[in-house]
Write a protein that binds this ligand. Structure first.
Ligand code: SF4
Ligand code: SF4
Length: 111
């Protein structure tokens, strides 16, 4: 039961999740993070740390549309093992609907 990052992360990237993950299984895209489903040990400590409530267990119905995206991009994007500053405008995008359609970028982050 790995945990999954949903579109609520897009353009927020607070990265509080990265700081607490014991196995460093977050990967960084240009404007969101994903979790590698085979590396996540299902500890769940990242879920309550996310200010955007973007992380859910894969048993949650909200996870389903994002499972494949997490799997695909965690093999393409660089690993992230330290917290970096959030984007200055992150709060403006917190909780906004349909962020995938509006803003998703397949480009890798700069880790
Ligand atoms: S804390 Fe939440 S919004 Fe921030 S990078 Fe992690 S998953 Fe994305
Ligand atoms: S559930 Fe645990 S292992 Fe999985 S991404 Fe979150 S902190 Fe990392």
């Amino acid at each position: 039961m790995p945990y999954v990052v949903t579109e609520l992360c897009i353009k927020c990237k607070y990265m509080d999740c990265v700081e607490v993950c014991p196995v460093d299984c977050f990967y960084e895209g240009e404007n969101m993070l994903v979790i590698h489903p085979d590396e996540c040990i299902d500890c769940g400590v990242c879920e309550p740390e996310c200010p955007a409530e973007a992380i859910v267990p894969d048993t949650d119905p909200k996870a389903e549309p994002w499972l494949e995206l997490n799997r695909e991009y965690s093999t393409n994007w660089p690993n992230l093992n330290r917290k970096k500053p959030a984007p200055a405008d992150a709060d403006e995008y917190k909780g906004m609907p349909d962020k995938y359609a509006k803003f998703f970028s397949p480009k890798p982050g700069e880790s």
